[in-house]
Design a protein around this ligand. Structure first.
Ligand code: SF4
Length: 348
């Protein structure tokens, strides 16, 4: 049973200049004790997906349709239907679902000690007096590997190093023992050594608490290290979804393939220029018709060349299953269950 099921979620930003479909039909599941990596370039909708789950999408953005089903008491509660300012979602936010951002500096108030803020987060979700909440905060700081936790609690966020701030942020996110932790680019602002330590910390915490983690990043190296399953997003759409091994060793979508070719690997010799994805991400108000990736896709099929008249610049592909647990949104695989791209098969 999934801990969280996102079903055909659509979050749009409607402005006078036009509508941005920031999340456009996202569907995926998260399971206890597992990590789901969400990857894609800037503006692909991964952070808006997280903000939609927590119902903290800024105006003029709003969820226009879809379901966000959080498992509770043997059933599900649909977060998409909750009042974003209501009591119920506040119970979920920071309670059942914890959140870690890229830059903890903006999440901590500079005029209060980190301890006061962590204690406040604890008291928001647990009925503990100040002394017990402080003891719990010390325990949490210790759990996330902060040495001298008693002293650190009385410091301000600007007195801490980047790595310590991120650890304190994780401690605050764990205050209410969430079942799901959403980590949005948690290591992007950190140096490589600290990044590795924070990822190890998250893995360790997951082993101890069995919480689910939704890890949002543009960094495929982080995904490879951390994720059990991967969702690849492009222009608000889920273009590929599957187990991490299949995504890395047998990627199906041309966008996933291009992303993987663009990261340094052992097959690339030093000083060899890595291939980049041709073209640029379209302006949000000028979303291409048909497959949103078609202006940049090396395998784009024009109508005349398409084997059955379904072509990339006219028809938007559906997400179809190519193997168990592995789905892709691309006309090349349109024949149900085709492991061989349709275009290649018809050319045989
Ligand atoms: Fe490329 Fe067409 Fe597949 Fe889109 S549907 S990724 S344009 S082959």
């Amino acid at each position: 049973m999934a801990l969280l099921s996102v079903r055909d979620l659509r979050t749009y930003f409607v402005a006078d200049e036009g509508t941005t479909r920031a999340v456009d039909g996202a569907t995926f599941d998260l399971y206890a004790g597992k990590t789901l990596g969400i990857v894609g370039e800037t503006g692909c909708g991964k952070s808006v997906t997280a903000r939609s789950i927590l119902r903290i999408v800024e105006r003029p953005g709003r969820i226009v349709s879809g379901e966000i089903l959080l498992q509770r008491d043997g059933g599900y509660i649909d977060l998409a239907k909750l009042d974003p300012d209501g009591r119920e979602i506040r119970r979920v936010r920071g309670g059942e679902i914890g959140l870690v951002f890229q830059e903890p500096m903006t999440s901590f108030s500079p005029v209060h000690t980190v301890g006061d803020q962590v204690i406040e987060a604890i008291q928001l979700h647990r009925r503990l007096d100040k002394a017990r909440a402080r003891a719990r905060a010390i325990e949490l700081f210790r759990m996330v590997g902060i040495s001298r936790p008693e002293g650190r609690l009385d410091e301000y966020s600007w007195q801490l190093s980047g790595g310590l701030r991120q650890r304190a942020m994780i401690a605050m996110a764990l205050a209410a023992e969430p079942r799901l932790l959403i980590a949005d680019e948690p290591t992007t602002a950190l140096d490589v050594t600290t990044q590795a330590q924070i990822l190890e910390l998250l893995r360790d915490l997951q082993r101890k608490t069995h919480m689910a983690i939704m890890l949002i990043t543009h960094d495929l190296g982080v995904i490879a290290e951390m994720a059990d399953d991967v969702v690849v997003m492009y222009l608000g759409r889920v273009v590929e979804h599957g187990p991490v091994d299949q995504i890395f060793h047998a990627p199906k979508h041309p966008y996933t393939q291009a992303l993987l070719r663009s990261i340094p690997g052992i097959q690339h010799e030093a000083r060899v220029k890595l291939p980049t994805i041709s073209g640029s991400i379209p302006h949000p108000f000028a979303r291409p018709a048909g497959c949103p990736f078609h202006p940049r896709c090396a395998l784009v099929m024009a109508c005349a060349a398409a084997p059955d008249g379904v072509c990339c610049d006219h028809h938007e592909p559906e997400l179809i299953t190519v193997e168990e647990g592995h789905s892709v949104s691309c006309h090349l695989y349109r024949k149900k269950g085709a492991a061989v791209p349709l275009a290649l098969e018809s050319a045989r």
